[in-house]
Design a protein around this ligand. Structure first.
Ligand code: LLP
Length: 463
């Protein structure tokens, strides 16, 4: 049985006949600004640069594979989200997409809040000076130790994910003599049109408490009845890499319905709703994401309309974009190692990274684009599969892409839109050393997460 709820194509694609693929772009040297970070461009000498620095220089200084993150683009996207949602809403960056201390500092400076979902993310956030009240703590199975640390630190909200957790958080808060602000995460029964593994609001899954069958209403009852908890609102997150606003519309409507039920039963109007993250980005030229101001307007119109209909005051809205902020701001730079032309089958281009720095293609059938960036080429396009150096055939970075036919070992190629869920999901498979993240801005490049070393690996191996 397929694991893909909405298969975008065969999982293990057979060799497809010529003519099946879209025609190659007219000019492979052109970089589609939809998928590349904002300061990326190809110089007159044909070399691609980011933040004013050519990739050939970056490769020399930092090695490959490596992630290069356009800091001004990241900051601009934070501001665009904050401005779009304005004073009556809160934007929480979802740290799981990519988190480091530098990122926390940028978020703080640009006025965003932060969503964390583990002790490690919480430590990073607090250690880099994010004020605790601007942190939301998530997760479907937070440990008691994590709950204690979050409450002690004074996080702005804990998102309750189960009946057990309502009791756990209440106990810990009481023990610490605190009253913790909480939201309840509900599953609204929406089938988000995305890969099954990243859809999170249909009922058959591990997150949240179902609206259906009165479960969520019961969770509200218990939360209100227990000491140590201050219920500030309802949370819903329907999935990831979503373009269609219809899912958010249904979700907002159902959450507002619950707010109305809570008012009718308990005589209180919960002041906040959180609609989660999940907004899609362009991985290839075929994707058409919406701008933050369009998203903000659509969400606030839906909530306002639904609240008016239910006779409720409009609650404060929050959202939790991760990918939409960091995804487009980075690319992964690889060096081409070997090429294999399998006559009548396919051309494989092997690079010096792979599924250890980008698991998304193997895990979700994700689509990416790729370009030759160390030089210009006017050679004919060839259809290739970009693969890594790991010991399995599923180690695919880009399933099908066009690169120039004079591509050769030593060329640098880059995969754009790898800012989200690539470094954060990177592994040491085959004892690969996880690549560095280098922030580039106004002609300066700075390592914000260094490359792992063999000593790092051996430090954990106690022999
Ligand atoms: N809020 C909550 C409660 C979440 O669970 C997530 C993502 C987000 C916000 C942020 O979603 P975003 O805006 O980044 O889509 N590893 C997968 C994505 C998993 C997302 C998990 N939760 C991927 O690479 O596509």
């Amino acid at each position: 049985m397929s694991r893909s709820a909405h298969p975008a194509g065969p999982r293990h694609a057979d060799v497809l006949t010529e003519g099946h693929y879209a025609a190659p772009p007219a000019d492979l040297n052109v970089l589609d600004e939809k998928v590349w970070a904002r300061t990326v461009s190809r110089n007159d000498d044909g070399v691609v640069a980011v933040g004013g620095i050519e990739v050939t220089r970056l490769a020399e200084e930092f090695g490959t594979p490596a992630y290069f993150l356009d800091e001004s683009d990241f900051r601009a996207r934070c501001r665009a989200w904050a401005d779009a949602f304005g004073r009556d809403a809160d934007v929480f960056y979802a740290g799981k997409a990519f988190l480091s201390r530098a990122v926390v500092r940028w978020l703080r400076e640009e006025g965003l809040n932060l969503d964390v979902c583990s002790g490690g993310e919480l430590t990073t956030a607090l250690g880099a000076g994010m004020p605790a009240e601007r942190i939301a703590f998530h997760g479907n199975n937070k440990t008691v130790a994590e709950i204690e640390r979050a409450i002690e630190a004074g996080v702005g909200r804990i998102v309750l994910d189960s009946f057990q957790e309502i009791v756990r958080v209440s106990h810990v808060a009481q023990r610490l003599g605190k009253r913790q602000r909480v939201q309840i995460r509900v599953t609204v029964g929406v089938e988000a049109h995305t890969h099954e593994f990243i859809a999170t609001a249909h009922e058959d899954q591990k997150f949240g408490i179902a609206l259906a069958g009165g479960e969520a209403a019961e969770a509200v009852r218990r939360t209100l009845a227990l000491d140590g908890l201050e219920l500030i609102g309802i949370h819903s997150h329907i999935g990831s890499q979503i373009f269609d606003m219809a899912g958010f519309e249904v979700s907002a409507r159902r959450v507002v319905q619950l707010l109305a039920e809570v008012r009718d039963e308990h005589g209180i109007e919960l002041p906040e709703i959180d609609l989660g993250g999940g907004l899609g980005i362009a991985y290839t030229s075929d994707d058409d994401p919406r701008e933050p101001h369009e998203i903000a307007k659509a969400l606030s119109d839906i909530v306002t309309r639904e609240c008016e209909a239910a006779g409720l005051a409009t609650p404060r809205i929050s959202v939790e974009p991760g990918r939409a902020i960091v995804g487009p701001t980075a690319f992964t730079l690889y060096e081409v190692g070997t090429l294999k032309h399998l006559e009548g089958l396919r051309t494989y281009v092997s690079v010096d990274g792979g599924m250890s720095d980008n698991i998304r293609t193997a895990l979700y059938d994700a689509e990416y684009s790729v370009a030759l960036v160390s030089r210009r080429s006017d050679a004919e396009p060839m259809l290739v599969r970009v693969v890594g150096k790991h010991c399995e055939s599923g180690d695919i970075v880009v399933k099908d892409a066009f690169l120039p036919s004079d591509l050769a070992p030593g060329d640098l190629i880059a995969v754009p839109a790898t800012g989200a869920y690539c470094r954060s999901m990177a592994s040491n498979y085959n004892h690969a050393l996880r690549p560095p993240v280098v922030a580039v801005r106004d002609g300066e490049a700075r390592v914000i997460v260094r490359r792992e070393t063999e000593e790092d690996l051996l430090r954990l191996d106690v022999g």
